[in-house]
Design a binder for this molecule. Structure first.
Ligand code: ARG
Ligand code: ZN
Length: 879
């Protein structure tokens, strides 16, 4: 059944408080749930409590057993009839942690109890109105065996610990804040902690704790440092302080998502917690800091101010992603530009296709069948762009005022996207009515810019027009308010001071133009020579920009643009165009030739020692296959890979001496440090090696083999392994065996080992990657019940386009098998894997036909979980 945003009804009662007593046992746990319920109006209410897979034991009203006729019980709910005054309801129920393979509610991970409630997991624990707008005060008592579960945690403050009979013990937690049940958390098990007491800006003490399984104790220092940085940054940048006596973070290997912002007790996937030079790459260190920040920042944007309903998801997720992006950028110092580039690269290769496919939905959706399917790149990443655009349009100060006003007004409440925009409008005294369309209209806008230079009048005019393609259910799009940041470069590459025709003097070299209509134009004066425009600086809006740059202009921008994002983007466009030509050639059976402008620009940047190594590394990395495919009419994954590999090998051969020099000069000897500068050097060095290897360079192969054996850090080891696995060298087999031996017993490492193999570039004559994937699935390295494992092997394989899309259809049959298997284990993960077929219409006809067949077969399977059915139906265009 479909849920619509327009169906929202405000509750007609309040839950004043809830007291939960847990008697934990892995097979069957019991909950004693006591709620104080007050009707809000004069009418008696029907209290609908949600449920999913629970066993009701008994129910009492004010201590008296409730007669049968006062309630009705279905699979999905328990309704108490005719409550006409404040009452205390006590419900006793049971649930089964060990059997919970969906990992939603309370489940078992490595023998410990773990919880995940967002979005609708709390109803798998006890009977409760499982909606984000029901805020209440939680008081929790946990009882469990003391030896097996020495650590008992929940939200808020620890009130009491005590011994019980039969080797059991208890802990009582009280959360002084009001929260909805999706922010509830419970952890019980054998954990060790790293802790530190800090002083908050307001002078109060706060205890920080990172809890992990004992074997991981030495891998938590970076996490704790990241929490401290996040706390300081939120204080300094936004004036936002933490509000509890303690902030706890727990790590688990079995987790559906990245992490979860439960009030005062964040729960994390181990892949976003554990770090040491041996088990985390530079990028892992970086991502851990950003995810730790993200969850911490939710304490304000998500917890203190929560959501009225799930349609508002972006109100906390888009906003918090924006906040974590700004945090990571600030933490990078000189290398800040890299963060924006990484974020936009991700948006373009993941969110743009989503916005152009059958699952396209507005940042604030209008309907869903399974809310879990809407934790998407659109809600998160495109959502973040909405907040960034506001900051760009209003300026940092007004935006900050608006955010503070929003938080003040809605503290302790469940808010909507309107509440946010209203606060921004008030703080900035601007009408944001048109801007609000960004929440409601799906699809990536196209902005087409034309330029006219008038040498006589010394004026330069930019004409920008916009249009947004149709998306499912939305045919008629109205114009967006689009902030278009522009600069103009003079023929020497310098920024021109910008003066619009109605202004008396120039104001700055980057101007934010506001595109509001289908078409707008702006004329700049005192432009003495024909400039080259630098458009959409810092990617000021999530749009596709069309401007008829010729390749030498792109090369010029790549060399001179003062906006680092656009400098990168110019290089990226140049690469994309060159690759596109090569794919064309390959598809028509011709020999692909490499664009000379591109090579010149590549060499120029490669040897420009003034540029930070990290910036050079990211700029000289070829666009991924997904992105190359995006601009093709029909996607032929084999042709795309051949083109990309051909270009890599041409570069590797043509610039071998420069690349070898770089590989030598950018070593990072001494003790490992994940700081941005060292990480940048490693990135550039390892990129150089990967080009050299693609060009078949024997010296590089030798160097990488010894790097694999001797490096003191995972970044270098993994990079060497990946490059060699993707090369023709037979050394790869020994190295993989070696890696398995070294990495055995550490799940985050074994998962990387699986991914290297699932994403491998198969060489001519080698067995298809799928054969290897099937072997690995049957080995002890893989566990279908573990989401990280599924993503590391199965999803990685599905994203290995030429292998997944082999013309024999073997990939699609494998996909169907996996859907069948996963539906029985974890419907959320199944729905995620289902989505790899979303854009089947974009592939070459024979592939599209086979994909369509596989989708239909999947859709006809009996007992499909709602979420999987929703994805399949949409892919098939059924609704
Ligand atoms: N709120 C979590 C975050 O910080 C993610 C929870 C994902 N939940 C889900 N049902 N998909 O982004
Ligand atoms: Zn989040």
């Amino acid at each position: 059944s479909v849920v619509y945003r327009s169906d929202y009804k405000a509750p007609d009662y309040r839950i004043e408080s809830v007291n939960l007593v847990f008697d934990l046992d892995p097979q069957t746990s019991t909950v004693f749930n006591t709620m104080k319920v007050s009707p809000l109006g004069a009418q008696p209410i029907e209290l609908v409590l949600d449920a999913d897979g629970l066993e009701l034991v008994s129910i009492y009203e004010n201590g008296v057993q409730l007669p049968q006729k006062r309630y009705s019980l279905t699979d999905k709910s328990l309704t108490v009839h005719g409550i006409d005054k404040p009452v205390t309801l006590t419900i006793v129920n049971k649930f089964h942690p060990l059997a919970n393979t969906l990992l939603s509610g309370i489940y078992i991970s490595n023998g410990n109890f773990m919880s995940q409630c967002e979005s609708q997991g709390f109803r798998r624990i006890t009977y409760f109105p499982d909606h984000p707008d029901i805020l209440t005060h939680f008081h929790v008592e946990i009882r469990a065996d003391k030896e097996k579960y020495p650590v008992l945690l929940s939200n808020g403050n620890l009130v009491r610990r005590d011994e019980l009979e039969n080797g059991r013990h208890l802990a009582v937690w009280d959360d002084p804040s009001l929260k909805p049940c999706y922010l509830f958390a419970l952890v019980a098990g054998n954990f060790v902690k790293r802790e530190e007491k800090i002083k908050l800006a307001n002078g109060k003490d706060c205890l920080l704790q990172v809890w992990v399984e004992p074997q991981n104790k030495d891998r938590t220092a970076h996490t704790l440092e990241s929490i401290k940085k996040a706390i300081r940054w939120d204080e300094q940048r936004w004036g936002l302080e933490y509000d509890l006596e303690r902030f706890m973070l727990v790590a688990t290997d079995d987790f559906n998502f990245g992490a979860m912002e439960n009030k005062g007790l964040n729960i994390f996937n181990t892949r976003y917690v554990l770090a040491s030079p041996q088990i985390a790459t530079d990028l892992d260190y970086f991502n851990i800091e950003s995810v730790v920040g993200h969850e911490y920042f939710h304490n304000w944007t998500g917890d203190r101010v929560t959501l009225r309903d799930w349609f508002q998801l972006t109100l906390k997720e888009g906003l918090t992603v924006f906040r974590d992006q700004e945090f990571s950028r600030d933490m990078l110092g000189k290398a800040a530009a890299i963060k924006r580039i990484m974020d936009v690269r991700f948006l373009r290769s993941r969110q743009f296709p989503e916005d152009a496919g059958p699952m396209a939905h507005p940042v604030r959706p209008e309907s869903y069948r399974e809310i879990n399917n809407f934790y998407t790149t659109t809600v998160y990443e495109k959502g973040a762009e909405i907040y960034r655009m506001l900051q760009t349009l209003l300026g940092r100060e007004k935006f900050k005022e608006g955010l503070r006003l929003y938080l003040e007004r809605n503290d302790g409440r469940a808010a909507t996207c309107e509440d946010f925009i209203n606060a921004m409008a008030q703080a900035s005294e601007r009408d944001l009515g048109q801007f609000f369309r960004w929440y409601g209209q799906a699809g990536t806008p196209r902005v087409t810019v034309k330029s006219f230079w008038d040498p006589e009048a010394h004026t330069y005019t930019l004409v920008a027009s916009q249009s947004t393609p149709e998306t499912p259910g939305q045919t008629d799009k109205k114009p967006f308010l689009i902030p278009l940041a522009v600069g103009l470069l003079d023929p020497s590459g310098k920024d021109i001071p910008l003066q619009l025709e109605d202004e008396t003097e120039p104001a700055g070299t980057t101007r934010v133009l506001e595109l509001r209509d289908a078409e707008n134009e702006w004329t700049f004066v005192n432009i003495d020579a024909k400039p080259i425009p630098s458009l959409l600086r810092d990617f000021s809006a999530p749009v596709i920009l069309n401007y008829p740059y010729c390749r030498s202009e792109l090369a010029f921008l790549a060399r001179h643009d003062s906006d680092p994002f656009n400098r990168w983007d110019a290089m990226n466009r140049l690469m994309l165009e060159a690759l596109n030509d090569m794919v064309d050639a390959i598809e028509t059976g011709a020999r692909p030739s490499v664009d000379q402008d591109l090579l010149a620009a590549f060499e120029q940047m490669l040897t420009d020692e003034r540029l930070a190594p990290a910036f050079r590394a990211i700029s000289l990395t070829l666009p991924d296959e997904q992105l190359i495919g995006e601009r093709r009419t029909l996607i032929d994954p084999e042709a795309i890979r051949s083109a990309r590999e051909e270009l890599r090998s041409v570069i590797g051969r043509r610039y071998s001496s420069v690349l070898l020099k770089i590989a030598e000069n950018y070593q990072t000897p001494g003790e490992y440090s994940p700081d941005a500068e060292s990480a940048g050097k490693r990135a550039l060095k390892n990129l150089a090696f990967s080009y050299l290897l693609a060009g078949g360079n024997p010296k590089a192969l030798l160097a990488l083999r010894s790097q694999f054996e001797q490096a003191n850090n995972l970044t270098d080891q993994l990079s060497a392994l990946t490059s060699i696995v993707n090369s023709a060298s037979p050394a790869k087999l020994d190295m993989l065996v070696d890696a398995a031996r070294k990495w055995n017993g550490v799940p985050v490492l074994i998962n990387k080992w699986l991914t290297v193999q699932a994403s491998a570039i198969a060489q001519p004559g080698e067995v298809p990657v799928l054969s290897r994937v099937r072997e690995l699935m049957a080995s002890g390295a893989f566990n279908i019940a573990n989401p990280n494992s599924v993503y590391a092997l199965i999803l990685a394989f599905c994203n290995n386009a030429p292998e997944f899309h082999r013309p024999d259809g073997s990939g699609y049959r494998f996909w169907l098998e996996m859907i069948q298997k996963l539906c029985k284990v974890n419907a959320f993960i199944a729905a995620r894997i289902a989505r790899v077929m979303d854009n089947w219409r974009r592939y070459t006809p024979e592939r599209a036909r086979q994909m369509h067949d596989a989708l239909k077969l999947a859709d006809s399977l009996p007992n499909l979980p709602t979420g999987v059915r929703e994805v399949l139906d949409k892919a098939l265009g059924k609704q």
